[in-house]
Write a protein that binds this ligand. Sequence first.
Ligand SMILES: Cc1cc2nc3c(=O)[nH]c(=O)nc-3n(C[C@H](O)[C@H](O)[C@H](O)COP(=O)(O)OP(=O)(O)OC[C@H]3O[C@@H](n4cnc5c(N)ncnc54)[C@H](O)[C@@H]3O)c2cc1C
Length: 503
Amino acid sequence: MKTRRQFLKISAQAIAAQSLLFYPWKNAEAILPSSERVSPSDRPTIAILGAGIAGLYSAWRLTQMGYSVQVFEAQHRIGGRAWTIRSGDSGSPFLPGKHNYMNAGPARIPHQHERALDLCRELGVDLEVFINENRNSWVIGKNEKPYRLKQALASERGYLSELLHQAISANSTGTSGLSVQQIQEIARSFGDLDESGKFVGSGRGGFIRYGWTDGKHERNSTVPLQDWYASDFFRDHARLFEYSSMGSPLFQPVGGFDRIPHALYSHIKDRVHTRRAVVAVRKKAEADFSITVQGPDGRRSEVQASAVICTIPLTRLKRIPLEGLAPELIQGIEANGSEYFPAVKFGTQYRERFWEQKDRIYGGISQFTEHLQQVVYPSHGVHSRQGGVVITGYLNEDLKEAARISALSRAEQNRLVQEELTKIHPKHAKYSVGMLPICWLKMPHHEGAWPTGEHPDTMKSLETFMNLTGGFQLAGEHVAYNFGWAEGAIASSDRAINRIVGR
Ligand SMILES: Cc1cc2nc3c(=O)[nH]c(=O)nc-3n(C[C@H](O)[C@H](O)[C@H](O)COP(=O)(O)OP(=O)(O)OC[C@H]3O[C@@H](n4cnc5c(N)ncnc54)[C@H](O)[C@@H]3O)c2cc1C
């Protein structure tokens, strides 16, 4: 077994062989003269626990740098939460066809997630646009009246601008430095008001009929402020696409999100051991770890490693004995693993793309303030004759409601989706082939989607994770200052690698 000193020396030498440009996070202190080379057999084994994006990415990077790695994954498949379900997969109701799949976990990559985008480019994973905001999609709030998103937002802006136009006076121009007339001018443009400052409807809200050949256009009705208030939709829901990670453009891997873990896996297949659950980790010395893994037959074996990158979700990790590790690390795992969000996704196969043909909705999300929360239409396979899979409910906002719906029986979930969806797509059932519910709370190796961040010690725990020193490092979406994104899984892996080999 190597000592910590030997391990550090070997690590630094191995990293020296790599290009600084290729690993921009590399720590300059780690660069040693290349004359101090070591033979590959001297390189330490780094154990990587979990084969989701964080684990596979870490293994791939370390392998590129010449390190010997071993990845241990409890499930029979790799990818973790980056899981795509297709026709023929166990329990799948999906029809054959390249567009008929469901991303059970991640689906989208926002444009500012540069690590995830760069990784796709480097791996050759093709991307296409993910339509997040669709102004022709439906919104339905507590008053149960469905509106087109553009109809609702144009009305909200129009009526509020009208009020501002009326109310503004010489005493209320605030710090704007503008005259009343100048503010009114902005209000008229912002709300599409008439010259007198009245909101009388707007083409921005869309049309029931557009008179291409007779010039007789019929606009969507306006949504009175009282109705808008009663819908309760004006709160967070109406602003969804203004959050920086939700604004256009967003992307998705062509053919399913699991293209990313599979592309990583293709480079390191022989290092990955599936159906090998980690059941204990023991730190014997600074750079000397013993990991107990259990196979499907229940048999246990010990694996020795000089360093460990652990990507196991905290809900699971908190139950694994971690001997010899710092008490504050154990407390942090306990705190941030205390509650994960019980996200639910329902994937429904339709034989016809009625949402395109009847509703003219091409991709994007319809929103409910209650129950289903989001209905996500596929951005891919427009006009496909093989139908398509719609996420007929994605509960990722209201924790209590997501937990309640997770606990329903499958028949009750089916009934709920049928009833709710009928409010915006009255004839959807006619085209339905079958529905698959994915309740992340019930996924045995995850027990939730991501940390809720509601534990009072969340930030303290994150600080502990970020500042870990030594050969045991955490990585994964939960080791980032924004939970639940692949970008965080990659960033945290870079950080862990840097701590282990770049010191
Ligand atoms: C519903 C949902 C929607 C999401 N949407 C998006 C999105 O649109 N965009 C985005 O970027 N991100 C999204 N995310 C987050 C994204 O899935 C994660 O950030 C990322 O996939 C996490 O990767 P990871 O490697 O950290 O964890 P995981 O993928 O969970 O990998 C951890 C691995 O550890 C394994 N494991 C567990 N216990 C053990 C054990 N004892 N021994 C060995 N292995 C074990 C697990 O089986 C798993 O394979 C979403 C997640 C969910 C659930």
